[in-house]
Design a protein around this ligand. Structure first.
Ligand code: GTP
Length: 429
């Protein structure tokens, strides 16, 4: 029997994803029509021996409840949300809820960061872990990054034959390796003995501070306090993976992830794509519009047959797309209304937003450089050295109103704003 743990953090995390994470927890933001961590769960349920998925974070229970119940019914698998009383760091929560993870004596358990997206090769990762010596406590899924970018990740040096990791440094200040940690692991249950050691040494350390260190004493950082010391002890292994992987940090990475998850659907769920069909359903006879693959359209969305969608577009539940609309490389969230002849390009339109007719909403993508091997998403800071907004995708927060015949370029609009004019390179509060 196997289990999986998905780490989702809490409201103080995922801040670079704002304003999209202002009205919903970032792990539930829909990409390719499914909440970010539903893609993790879909990968987990492919493994027949995987019996339980534990989502650990410090979002209030009420914010995760509906999602958990819906997915539990959908996949008929045990899914639970375990709420930390405060931020316990990347592994403090796992240690705190150790009895829940160990219950039923799973042979091993997966740990998946909630802020990554990938073609999760969990079966291969588990087999790889199983073939390591009995001393193996953790196997890391690793991918290669461009040399200049690798330092923004956890970097690892490992033996290409045995997979044994000899060196692990989280976000090193200078070059260590181009192999990076993907935030996807298989752990054996013996890891809890290590976590107990770290926990007890931290408790000692904590009591020596006068006012504490600002964090709870159970706050433990997986990468720095567990993986780094495990390197070089034949207890930490890495499996390099050639398939697609990315972090989801800034909001712009949602557009990039959307494109890849839509592409993956061709292999895993072709029925979800509106690529080939010309009719929405047998009964309504309503023509779907012109589609440039890949496009996802929620069954409850209404799309006028003269609209042109794609490539790489996801349209959420209850969205209404009017005549002559053109949308490319974008995500339109539930109940948004896009009026006649409007153009949406490299943008995210928030829940319940309305874009008037003959308007243009356009952003600039920050995709990985296709000419650089192993290049990953850039997450540029919001402002450049001159204090000007770096070009980014355009984001409309929830319930934003854009009037007719306006241009919105490289701008971020906070929720509930009613715009009165055009904007270029601005954050509109
Ligand atoms: P940043 O660049 O600072 O975002 O660091 P990072 O990419 O290494 O990410 P980080 O270590 O902050 O988070 C890795 C994963 O752990 C993410 O999926 C987070 O949501 C999750 N995480 C981070 N802190 C906590 C925490 O206190 N509790 C829980 N349960 N999860 C956490």
């Amino acid at each position: 029997m196997l289990k999986a743990v998905i780490l989702v953090g809490g409201p103080q995390k995922g801040t670079r994803f704002r304003p999209l994470s202002l009205d919903m927890p970032k792990p539930l933001f829909p990409i390719a029509g499914r909440p970010i961590i539903q893609h993790h769960i879909e990968a987990c349920v492919q493994l027949p021996n995987l019996k339980e998925i534990l989502i650990i974070g410090y979002y209030p229970q009420a914010e995760m409840e509906n999602f958990v119940v819906t997915l539990q019914n959908l996949y008929s698998i045990n899914i639970r949300y375990l709420q930390e009383f405060t931020s316990l760091g990347t592994v403090g929560g796992m240690y705190h809820f150790r009895d829940q993870i160990r219950a039923g004596n799973p042979k091993a358990f997966f740990v998946l960061n909630g802020d990554v997206c990938a073609d999760f090769p969990l079966r291969d990762l588990y087999e790889f872990h199983n073939q390591r010596p009995a001393s193996a406590l953790v196997t890391i899924m690793s991918t290669e990054a461009a040399r200049q970018q690798a330092i923004h990740y956890g970097c690892l040096v490992f033996d290409r034959v045995s997979g044994a990791v000899s060196h692990y440094v989280e976000k090193p200040s200078s070059y260590v390796s181009t192999f990076i940690n993907c935030g996807v692991y298989v752990c054996s249950l013996h890891i809890f003995a290590k976590l107990a050691e770290v926990f007890h040494s931290k408790v000692q350390e904590f009591s020596s501070y006068v006012n504490g260190n600002g964090k709870d004493q159970g706050h433990i950082r997986w990468e720095q306090e567990v993986l780094t010391p495990l390197a070089g002890t034949n207890q930490l292994y890495a499996m390099p993976v050639p398939s697609w992987w990315s972090q989801i940090k800034a909001a712009g990475s949602a557009i990039y992830a959307n494109r890849h998850y839509l592409e993956l659907y061709k292999k895993t769920h072709p029925e979800r794509l509106a690529n080939s069909g010309v009719k929405r359903g047998e009964d309504d006879g309503n023509l779907i519009c012109t589609i440039f693959p890949d496009v996802y359209i929620h069954p409850s969305a209404t799309v006028h047959h003269t609209a042109v969608l794609g490539p790489n577009v996801s349209i959420g539940a209850g969205v209404s797309i009017s005549a002559g609309v053109r949308i490319r490389e974008s995500i339109v969230l539930e109940n948004a209304l896009i009026k006649e002849h409007t153009l949406i390009l490299h943008s995210i339109v928030g829940r319940g937003s309305v874009v008037g007719q003959w308007s243009r909403v356009e952003g600039t993508p920050s995709d990985p450089d296709p000419n650089k091997p192993f290049a990953k998403m850039e997450n540029p800071p919001l402002f450049n050295k001159e204090g000007k907004l770096n070009p980014s995708i355009t984001i409309l927060g929830c319930f934003v109103q854009v009037p007719s015949e306006k241009i919105l370029l490289n701008s971020i609009v906070l929720p509930h704003k009613e715009l009165a004019r055009s904007f270029k390179n601005e954050i509109i509060l």
